[in-house]
Design a protein around this ligand. Structure first.
Ligand SMILES: [Zn+2]
Length: 363
């Protein structure tokens, strides 16, 4: 399938750390354990890094990490980062700028591809700590309006802050004012109040841009049970009349639930970011589960890479291999034609993302 060798649209990712890393530093960024203990990299994601990244830096596949990191340090983080990012074969990067790291412009220069911004809704609120309760709602709307002027999407991390079982409706102004007063009275900071999380989510819907929502696994900062995308069903139903696409990110281990939501709600899409990276040779099985119920035109590739430039080529290679494995199996079973397989792959690799995020291909 020719399209699997071509460039991918990375519909959700983050920037990288601008530093050389020793083994504990690398281990800390590599897994969702966030631990400097190198034994955590003895995992599917560690094997995938060793499979895909050493050849980019001129070493044999499966080179042990200490040797790999020595080569990386010899090149320096900047040259290694550029080589790794470019090896991923990404046509566009839609970057959630809610996490720290290399500034967007520098990141795009190293990646050698266009970068576009995804604005994190909670982060915009957290910049408004100097405002007062009465001015919070309007201040937030104005700040968000300014921030999204050149953005392609907004994103919610409510899963990390409260969980996805938020009451679905738009909160009343008086409730927002009261909650903002309590939050600002404590000096602002991390936004965890469910009324304010709903307020920023609905403000995101009001921008008219697609809304990306973190669902499923991540680091231990979230409650996995409360990140089941099925918990979002009342919100998805409430927001449907707005006509705004909602993209369920990551989803694992709830990819079947997410696929069902994409089936029954026309505005709901699913994104495989993070999941392909971490599952190693099992990535094809999870991809198959995404595609059991989800309409084939509603699944999108992304890396969800953050911190390590290695995670971009790993995510891209894992995804390409998984999708090829899956479609080859379907073709062998005579479940579809090669024309259908090409069309489905083209959508997942970038066609759907270009349509949903309104990012046209360059001539
Ligand atoms: Zn992310």
């Amino acid at each position: 399938m020719e399209v699997l060798n071509g460039p991918l649209v990375d519909a959700h990712c983050h920037t990288v750390v601008a530093a050389d890393l020793d083994l504990p530093g690398f281990a800390r960024w590599c897994t969702e354990a966030g631990s400097p203990d190198p034994s955590y990299v003895d995992s599917q994601v560690g094997l995938a890094v060793r499979r895909w990244c050493p050849p980019v830096l001129g070493l044999a596949a499966h080179t042990p990490l200490p040797e790999y990191l020595a080569r990386r340090a010899e090149l320096g983080w900047r040259a290694a980062t550029a080589a790794l990012l470019r090896s991923a074969g990404l046509a566009e990067l839609l970057v959630d700028t809610g996490l720290d790291g290399l500034p967007l412009k520098d990141f795009g220069d190293l990646a050698g591809a266009p970068v576009r911004e995804v604005v994190r809704l909670e982060r915009v609120a957290e910049t408004l700590a100097g405002t007062d309760a009465a001015g919070f709602a309007d201040g937030y709307r104005t700040a968000l309006h300014d921030r999204v002027a050149t953005a392609v999407a907004v994103k919610s991390v409510a899963a990390y802050r409260f969980g996805l079982a938020l009451p679905p409706d738009r909160p009343a102004d008086a409730d927002v004012r009261r909650a903002a007063g309590t939050w600002l009275g404590k000096g602002g900071g991390r936004l965890t109040d469910p009324v304010l999380l709903r307020f920023v989510l609905w403000a995101g819907v009001d921008t008219g841009l697609p809304v990306q929502v973190h669902t499923g696994f991540g680091d231990r900062d979230l409650s996995l049970r409360d990140a089941d995308p099925a918990l979002l069903q009342p919100f998805l139903a409430a927001v449907e009349p707005a006509g705004v696409p909602v993209v369920l990110l990551h989803c694992y281990p709830y990819q079947r639930q997410a696929g069902w939501l994409a089936l029954v709600y026309p505005h709901v899409y699913v994104d495989v970011g993070l999941t392909m990276t971490h599952l190693g040779v099992r990535a094809a099985a999870a991809l198959g589960e995404f595609l059991e119920l989800a309409p084939l035109r509603k699944l999108m590739f992304s890396t969800d890479a953050y911190g390590l430039p290695e995670l971009y080529p790993v995510a891209a290679a894992q995804f390409r291999t998984a999708l090829r494995t899956l479609l080859d199996g379907w073709l062998a079973a005579d479940a579809l034609s090669t024309v259908d397989a090409e069309r489905i792959a083209a959508g997942i690799c970038g066609g759907t993302a270009r349509r949903v995020y309104r990012v046209p291909a360059r001539p």
